[in-house]
Design a protein around this ligand. Sequence first.
Ligand code: OGA
Ligand code: NI
Length: 197
Amino acid sequence: MNEKLYSKITDALVNDGYIIIENALNTDLPKKLLNYIQNQDDFKRAGISSSNKLHLDNTRRRDSIKWLDEDNNAQTDFLAFSGGLQEYLNRSLYLGLSYYEAHFAIYEEGDFYEKHLDSFKNSKNRVVTTVYYLNEGFEQCDGGELIIYNENDKEIIRIIPKANTLVVFMSERFPHEVLPAKSLRHSIAGWFRVDKK
Ligand code: OGA
Ligand code: NI
């Protein structure tokens, strides 16, 4: 049922390495996921890992996260989409993706994520990144844009994190950053990996 979407993403990853899709999934899914988040009280300040130790460095990253599980229908629907994409990518590109991990992220006013790579070259863990946004009625004045750079650190595109926009890119190829949010910003960042869980 998602075959068309999967094939569009796959083609883009092969040709450009990234894709931005507005109105990507079911129209009600962002609202259901947001509703779930709003009832959770165990979001934790995110960390940056350095030399295997997780430490909180709020000069580089300031957001709060909670890992997804199969706790309710909204998360299960989202994970069904990503599971299908994983299979499709493995079938068509032989990527050998072994699992998908994803977390919700909340950026409060002023929160940001400095320019970074999700995976270092040849580290062989995170291979494909997904970001999915949940913010109804978000506009440029709400800040929190995602900026994607190319391999020469040149800006390629700026994305407004509007509800139901999906971004997919090759994790090792694209530095990216989240500009300071001016309104409460909700997203799901996820990664297809090739290592063992
Ligand atoms: C990340 C990330 C981007 C976003 O969590 O690694 O880059 O737009 N998130 O939320
Ligand atoms: Ni990232």
